[in-house]
Design a protein around this ligand. Structure first.
Ligand code: ATP
Length: 347
C-alpha cells in the first residue's frame, strides 16, 4: 500500500519538528529516513502511525486520507527502538495480541503466530516471557508482532539501535529476508545509521532541521550527492573549496584532471577511499599527514593541503598499505572520475 505525506508540518508547542514534508513510498518499496538527531525523522514516522497529529498537511495510505483516523484503525505495523513488548505476556501471546484484538478465530491466530515466530527464527521461544530473552530476540519478537496483523505498511523507528554490532548485522539480514518474503509491503525505516540505510533502503530521504534535504535511490545519493550536507552525512565525503580557471577546476591551485566545471559556486566532493597517497613529487595535492586512525580494514589518515587553511582531508588507506608517519609530506591524488561538484550551501 502506498504511503503519502503531503506538505506535513508538525509543531510541538513552539518547536517545529517537521516542516512542509512531502514523501511518497510505493507498495513494495523501502524508504529510509536518515538524518542527525532531532532532524524530525521520528516525528514523520509518528505522523504516519497516527501518534502525532499534523498541524498542517495530509497523510494518505493506499490513496485514502487517514489524517483523522486513530492509530489502531490505520492497519499499520510499528516497531520502535525499545521493543515495547508486553512484559506480562509470553512471546506467543505478544505476537497474538493484534490478531486477538481484531477478533480473529482461534485457529487462525495459532497458525499465524506459528508462521511469524518461524519467520523470525523464534519458534522455540513461544512460552518465554520477554525478560527471558536477549535484546535481539526481543526485537525479533517485536517484528513478528508487528507483522502478525499482515500490515501493508511497516514503520520501523531505529529498530536496531539498542543491539550490539553482531546482532545488528543478524537483524539486518532478517529484515532483508522479510522484504523478499513480503514483497508488497511498504516500509519506512528511521535511522541515523547510514550503513543500515544503505543496506536496506531502495531510496534514502536525508533530513535536516525538520526538512527533507534530498531523496533518491541509495546508490545514486552515495555516488552523486546533490548537496554538501548529504555528501558529508552519507559516507563522510571530503568537501574541498575549488576555483575555476580557464575551464579547469583547481584545488589550492592544482588542476584536477578530468573534472568539468559546473554552474554556480561549488565544492569538490570525494570519498576517503577514492584518494591515493603518493610520495612528495608526484602529481596531485601536496600536503602533510596530521593524524591516523585504525578502522580495521582501513587506516583513516587525515592530511592538510598546502595553501588551504582549515581544510582536513580524510584518506582511507587499505590496511595492507603502509601508513605515512605523522608530519610526513605526502601527495594526495584525486582521480577526476571519483570527484563530483556539489553546490555550496544547499541543504
Ligand atoms: N513530544 C514532543 N514534545 C516536544 N518536542 C518534541 C516532541 N517530540 C519531538 N520533539 C522535538 O522535535 C524535534 C524533532 O524530533 P524527532 O524525534 O522527530 O527527531 P529525530 O530526527 O527522530 O531524532 P533522534 O534521531 O534523536 O530520535 C526535536 O527538536 C525534538 O526535540
Amino acid at each position: 500500500m502506498t504511503v503519502q505525506l503531503e506538505d506535513v508540518t508538525v509543531h510541538f508547542g513552539r518547536t517545529c519538528a517537521l516542516e512542509g514534508f512531502d514523501l511518497s513510498v510505493a507498495a513494495g518499496e523501502t524508504v529510509a529516513l536518515l538524518g542527525p538527531s532531532g532532524s524530525g525523522k521520528s516525528t514523520a514516522l509518528k505522523a504516519v502511525a497516527g501518534f502525532v497529529r499534523p498541524t498542517r498537511g495530509r497523510i494518505r495510505l493506499g490513496g485514502n486520507d487517514v489524517t483523522d483516523l486513530p492509530p489502531a484503525r490505520r492497519g499499520i505495523g510499528v516497531v520502535v527502538q525499545q521493543y515495547a513488548l508486553f512484559p506480562h505476556l509470553r512471546v506467543a501471546d505478544n505476537v497474538a495480541f493484534g490478531l486477538r484484538a481484531a477478533r480473529k478465530p482461534r485457529a487462525e491466530v495459532a497458525r499465524r503466530v506459528g508462521e511469524m515466530l518461524e519467520m523470525v527464527g523464534m519458534t522455540a521461544y513461544g512460552r518465554r516471557f520477554p525478560r527471558e530473552l536477549s535484546g535481539g530476540q526481543q526485537q525479533r519478537v517485536a517484528i513478528a508482532r508487528a507483522l502478525a496483523i499482515q500490515p501493508s505498511v511497516l514503520l520501523l523507528d531505529e529498530p536496531l539501535a539498542a543491539l550490539d554490532a553482531q546482532l545488528r548485522a543478524d537483524m539486518l539480514g532478517e529484515l532483508q529476508k522479510l522484504r523478499r518474503e513480503v514483497p508488497d509491503i511498504a516500509i519506512v525505516y528511521v535511522t541515523h545509521d547510514q550503513s543500515e540505510a544503505l543496506a536496506l533502503a531502495d531510496r534514502i530521504a536525508v533530513m535536516r532541521d525538520a526538512r527533507l534535504v534530498d531523496i533518491a535511490p541509495a546508490a545514486e545519493l552515495y555516488a552523486a550527492p546533490p548537496s554538501a550536507f548529504t555528501a558529508s552525512f552519507l559516507g563522510g565525503a571530503n568537501l574541498l573549496p575549488v576555483s575555476v580557471d580557464d575551464g579547469e577546476v583547481k584545488v589550492a591551485g592544482t588542476v584536477i584532471p578530468g573534472l568539468k566545471p559546473a554552474e554556480g559556486k561549488n565544492l569538490l566532493c570525494i570519498r576517503p577511499h577514492a584518494i591515493r597517497l603518493e610520495a612528495p613529487g608526484a602529481a596531485g595535492l601536496a600536503g602533510r599527514v596530521v593524524g591516523a586512525q585504525w578502522r580495521g580494514a582501513v587506516n583513516q589518515v587525515t592530511c592538510v593541503v598546502d595553501g588551504l587553511a582549515d581544510v582536513v582531508v580524510r584518506v582511507d588507506v587499505p590496511a595492507d598499505r603502509r601508513v605515512p608517519e605523522l608530519g610526513a609530506g605526502v601527495v594526495m591524488v584525486l582521480p577526476g572520475g571519483a570527484c563530483s561538484l556539489v553546490p555550496v550551501g544547499v541543504g
